[in-house]
Design a protein around this ligand. Structure first.
Ligand code: ADP
Ligand code: 5GP
Length: 201
């Protein structure tokens, strides 16, 4: 299953996804392309594929992206290659903005869409400041955009409120686990169980 995770910058998407991966095996992360400069600690190919505007534009022109958008002044996109390569190997998580999520609603109707919110606007401001990755101007832009982005929440399937981190991770984990428990997803395992009932003397 593909999980599209969206929400205002600083609400905690990356943190939640990191925690989810450490608690639940068998999930992959869709690494996006971006023209944003690399932050301290970020790794090429793990966090993003960092490219120039020219390289990004070439990929747009050759239709290499399943979706892309300009977000807070930089370009971000999900490549078709990344999705086709990783969606075959089990669950896949995308961390993308609301414009990208809107594009994928039509292109990946089977995906599950999760919106993450902080408990309040002042808490979002605090988190963006405490993260210490962005300039005051960038933080101001991200906060301004957050007021618009949050209006999109009702178009998503799930809402995760990232107040207390452990609780929010449990909620995200529950969304993934509930899908893994669907009868349709478990037919292979069930067949073996059923076979043991039928073949046991
Ligand atoms: P996003 O990926 O949505 O931009 P981050 O995961 O980078 O957000 O989180 C922004 C900041 O908020 C980080 O400094 C992170 O450590 C902090 N943070 C994330 N979740 C919580 C939480 N539940 N409580 C307090 N701080 C949090
Ligand atoms: P950041 O610069 O903080 O890593 O990300 C800024 C915003 O860009 C976040 O809302 C993040 O979800 C979004 N984003 C990251 N990758 C993509 C992508 O491939 N497509 C789109 N549309 N948004 C993305």
């Amino acid at each position: 299953m593909i999980y599209v995770i969206s929400g205002p910058s600083g609400c905690g998407k990356s943190t939640l996804i990191r925690e989810l991966f450490s608690r639940l095996p068998g999930i992959q992360f869709s690494v996006s392309h971006t023209t944003r400069p690399k932050r301290a600690g970020e790794v090429e190919g793990r966090d993003y594929y960092f490219v120039t505007r020219e390289e990004f534009q070439r990929m747009v022109d050759s239709q290499s992206f399943l979706e892309w958008a300009e977000v807070h002044g930089h370009l971000y996109g999900t490549s078709r290659d990344e999705i086709s390569k990783k969606s075959r190997q089990g669950d896949l998580v995308l961390d993308i903005d609301v414009q990208g999520a809107r594009q994928l609603r039509k292109k990946l109707p089977q995906a599950r869409f999760v919106f993450v919110v902080p408990p309040s606007y002042p808490e979002l401001e605090k988190r963006l400041r405490q993260r210490k990755t962005d300039s005051p101007e960038t933080i101001a832009l991200r906060l301004k955009n957050a007021r618009r982005e949050i209006e999109e929440a009702s178009n998503f399937d799930y809402l995760v409120i990232n107040g207390e981190l452990t609780q929010a991770v449990e909620e995200l984990k529950a969304i993934v686990l509930a899908h893994r428990c669907l009868f349709e997803q478990r037919q292979k395992e069930f067949k073996e169980i059923l076979w043991s009932f039928k073949s046991w003397p």
